[in-house]
Design a protein around this ligand. Structure first.
Ligand code: PAF
Length: 260
């Protein structure tokens, strides 16, 4: 695996059908599943490693985001990544940067984190233009993000296929997230209420009852930023964000249809 930091270094390495896995590092088994799919389906696998300041509202959240490039490079290499693109903020947002992708999306994460999807969409479109992949890989845990990217690709005629892979979970059900590493053991134990409550919501939905109310009442004392039904490209998701101590966790379950 080769690590490159600039667009000029990256471009000559790009050839054949490319699979791109955009990441912010702190790589875990969820990322490994994305790398494995990219490896199966493409000639060249590029992973980006960039903690994108433009998608963080709170400076403290950005500062607290876990960073360990050496460990990430090991995971990427073991997973068959060919090129790790790890640019600086100045490389992607040089002085004078003024152009943004505005996302017209107000629900759930969009409402809870103003400007978040603008930052995600902008960096992803930049990565698509830099890497020119045939396929780009995202996890269902960030389902709304995946849909925002799918819509961006469709609305702005970007020539690539967006692949969305199922959420990878710990054996007790907690969705893997880079943020989990910031939970104390006590907070980790509390966090499990989120996937369990979403399961209660799914059960309620299958019985024709109110999925949102069932989820809210099963959160076991966790305060939700939101619990919402999200309609996406023919699929219905039940999604929630909660705060466990200083850590904000999101998760969702599919109620109907599929995200592919
Ligand atoms: O899901 C993430 O890690 C980020 O939002 C992404 C897609 C890499 C963009 O910075």
């Amino acid at each position: 695996m080769k690590t490159v930091r600039t667009i000029d270094e990256l471009r000559p390495e790009l050839a054949g059908e490319i699979g791109l896995v955009p990441t912010m590092g702190a790589l875990h088994a969820g990322h490994r599943a994305l790398f494995a799919a990219a490896r199966r389906e493409n000639e060249l696998v590029v992973a980006s490693l960039f903690v994108n300041p433009a998608q963080f509202g709170e400076a403290t959240d950005l500062a607290a985001y876990p960073r360990d490039e050496e460990a990430d490079a090991r995971v990427a290499e073991e997973s068959g990544v060919d090129i790790l693109f790890a640019p600086t903020a100045g490389e992607l947002y040089p002085d004078g940067f003024r152009t943004w992708v505005e996302v017209d999306d107000t629900g759930a994460e969009g409402a809870a984190r103003p400007g978040h999807f603008r930052g995600v969409a902008t960096v992803c479109l930049k990565l698509f233009n830099i890497v020119r992949p045939a396929r780009a890989y995202f996890g269902q845990k960030d389902a709304q993000q995946a849909v925002v990217i799918k819509r961006l690709v469709r609305d702005l005629n970007v020539d690539l296929k967006v692949r969305v892979l199922p959420t990878v979970r710990d054996p007790d059900g907690l969705a893997l997230s880079s943020r989990n590493s910031r939970l104390t053991p006590e907070q980790r134990a509390q966090a499990i209420a989120l996937p369990r409550a979403l399961e209660q919501g799914r059960e309620a939905y299958t019985k024709g009852s109110d999925a949102v109310a069932a989820t809210r009442s099963s959160l076991n004392g966790l305060t939700p930023d939101y619990v919402e039904l999200i309609e996406l490209d023919g699929a219905t998701l039940l999604a929630s964000a909660v705060r466990v101590g200083p850590v904000r966790l999101i998760d969702n379950v599919l109620l109907k249809g599929a995200l592919t």
